[in-house]
Write a protein that binds this ligand. Structure first.
Ligand SMILES: [Zn+2]
Ligand SMILES: [Zn+2]
Length: 282
């Protein structure tokens, strides 16, 4: 078999095992042809995520620093950095300690894999962290940051391809639907929380409630570009059909969910309740 057919065979295998992974397009399957999603459909959600991000970013900062590998490894291993203060550019503000952690694993460069005598895992993390206990927790924080930055910096004229623009709007809606569904309080078998925090018209464009709730159970493929921290929104930064990363929302820690539950309730009580919107969880 030549290289190309080997690659093709591998891709097909991959697809067979991945049929349970959901895509944004699955949420817009409809017999009445494709509906367009304009920017106005995003606005209510974007305001929500500005609030969510601004309320949580400082509290989560030192915990995301560990998962993002921004911390000084000396502080993590023994609480002490040997370099003079102005010469170490890594972050020092953390309580997390793990003396046996592999420094090379921490910088994604250990070649010993399972044979390494040092730890390739953040052990006993719940002793030091209150909210971010899994890699999925950390990915969710990246996605919240992305939606917040999108809200502040998005310029639709930068995306010149009409197709890309449409797909991007759909990706944004479905991402926000996932985040709200994973992090907000809610009643069982109900999508009232989606209608409360996002625009009801936006939700109405999606597949019907029962299919929607079923689809939300599956791992979801998020465009890889959404995880980048230094996106330049003035360029043609989004192209549909490019790399994706699967996020399994069932891997969120209950600590993270409980924390965000309270932040969503805070937004409801401060912004929505006074306008007469009923809570979606009582
Ligand atoms: Zn240091
Ligand atoms: Zn190692």
């Amino acid at each position: 078999m030549d290289k190309l057919s080997e690659k093709l065979a591998a891709t097909t295998l991959q697809e067979d095992t991945d049929t349970n992974i959901s895509q944004a397009s699955n949420y817009y399957e409809t017999r009445r042809g494709s509906k367009t999603v304009n920017f106005a459909r995003l606005e209510k959600g974007l305001l929500l995520f500005i609030y969510i991000h601004e309320t949580t970013k400082n509290i989560l900062h030192s915990e995301t620093a560990l998962w993002d590998r921004r911390l000084c490894i000396h502080i993590v291993k023994d609480g002490n950095c040997p370099k003079p203060r102005d010469q170490c550019h890594r972050e020092h503000n953390t309580l997390y300690r793990h003396s046996n952690l592999c420094s090379f694993w921490y910088t994604h460069s250990c070649t010993y894999e399972t044979k390494c005598r040092y730890s390739h895992d953040f052990l006993m993390i719940s002793q030091y962290h209150h909210y971010i206990l899994t890699n999925t927790d950390n990915m969710i924080c990246k996605l919240i940051r992305f939606v917040r930055n999108f809200a502040g910096h998005y310029i639709d004229t930068a995306i010149q391809d009409e197709n890309d623009l449409q797909e991007l709007h759909k990706e944004m809606v479905v991402l926000m639907v996932h985040l709200v569904h994973a992090l907000s309080r809610q009643r069982a078998n109900s999508i009232d929380h989606l209608n409360l925090f996002l625009e009801a018209t936006t939700i109405k464009q999606l597949i019907p409630q029962d299919s929607l709730l079923r689809e939300l159970e599956k791992p979801y493929d998020v465009p890889e570009v959404f995880f980048q921290s230094n996106l330049n929104f003035t360029t043609h930064w989004y192209r549909h059909g490019t790399g994706k990363r699967s996020v399994d929302f069932t891997h969120l820690s209950t600590e993270l969910i409980t924390y965000f539950n309270s932040v969503f309730v805070g937004f409801y009580e401060g912004r929505l309740k006074s306008r007469g919107a009923p809570a979606a969880w009582t």
